[in-house]
Design a protein around this ligand. Structure first.
Ligand code: CU
Length: 320
């Protein structure tokens, strides 16, 4: 009977139904993502020539680790504050809807804190330490990004990018103890991009060895966080136009053909850039506020045929 059925010609309608079923996107099952971070009061290097700075960090680096989940996932988070630290620290995920006095409260040295939240809104969000004095805890390095990918996945409105990069900008205050300067916006001498002044800009810094890379014509998606203490960022791709800007990183909030997008303090948004396909080009992705650009907020994106195939993919979206 079965053999007979298989030997019959399969009606084209059945083939059509099977093909349709294959191409209907399965809703992604929500999962629980465990994230553990350790507050560290450690020295980091804040420029390409090796200048050291007494930072406060998540897991030892500025910025902290990239957290990436899908809309609907539960984030199961633990913050460890080792007894070797001097300060209390905390975690404030902007992707969470919880109780500031409970989940986000300070954790003393020698203690740890555990909480969970559901990432209900797709987008890109800042996370940071909220322990007093908050300006100092952020300025000294306790911030990072959480990406909440939309559960619908990619679509015509939110196309699959060829490369993805994280850029997080912050103000550098060389006097790590001067909280008043941080609050009053005095004495900042650098703009950090992913923790370093002119991190990806060999044009303005002879010690810089890294750039962002893509192939001509590729869609490059930038997840950008403004982790400045006080200043907005005029985010602009020199020699390009943002093909799309997803405000807050949510595809439902899409702008088209934007030259400069003003990113508020603690705002994060997603930016798509598509270079000409027929020849190599370069972009300089800047904070067009000159006081920030010339203090370090310039990132070179090279669009060239021999772009490193590993950059902007997998774990290489935040280049260190
Ligand atoms: Cu802290």
């Amino acid at each position: 009977m079965i053999i007979k059925f298989l030997s019959d010609p399969i009606p084209s309608k059945v083939i059509g139904m099977v093909m349709a079923a294959l191409f209907v996107a399965e809703p992604i099952a929500a999962k629980t993502v465990k994230v553990t971070m350790k507050a560290k009061e450690n020295t980091v290097v804040i420029d390409n020539k090796g200048t050291e700075y007494p930072a406060w960090t998540y897991d030892g680096t500025i910025p902290g680790p990239v957290v990436r989940v899908t809309e609907g996932d539960t984030v199961d988070f633990t913050l460890i504050n080792p007894d070797t630290n001097k300060e209390s620290h905390s975690m404030d995920f902007h992707a969470a809807v919880v109780d500031v006095l409970k989940e986000f409260s300070e954790v003393k040295p020698g203690e740890s804190k555990h909480f969970t939240f559901v990432a209900k809104h797709p987008g890109v969000f800042m996370y940071h330490c909220g322990a007093a004095t908050m300006a100092q805890h952020i300025a000294r390095g306790m911030y990072g990004i959480i990406i909440v990918d939309p559960k619908e996945g990619f679509s015509k409105a939110y196309p699959k990018p060829d490369r993805e990069y994280v850029l997080i900008q912050s103000q550098y205050f060389p006097n790590a103890k001067d909280k008043d300067a941080m609050i009053e916006n005095r004495g900042w001498t650098g703009s950090l991009i992913n923790g370093k002044i002119f991190h990806y800009d060999p044009v303005h810094d002879e010690n810089a060895s890294l750039t962002l890379q893509s192939k001509p014509g590729e869609r490059v998606r930038i997840f950008f966080v403004n982790a400045n203490i006080n200043n907005p960022v005029a985010f602009h791709p020199i020699a390009g136009i943002w093909d799309k800007v997803y405000i807050g990183g949510n595809p439902k909030n899409t702008l088209y053909g934007i030259q400069t997008y003003n990113v508020a303090v603690a705002e994060a948004s997603t930016f798509d850039l598509v270079s000409p396909a027929d020849h190599p080009t370069n972009n300089a992705i800047v904070d067009h506020a000159m006081g920030a650009a010339l203090r370090g907020a310039i990132t070179v994106l090279m669009n060239m045929p021999d772009a490193d195939p590993k950059l902007g993919k997998g774990n290489n979206i935040l280049i260190r």
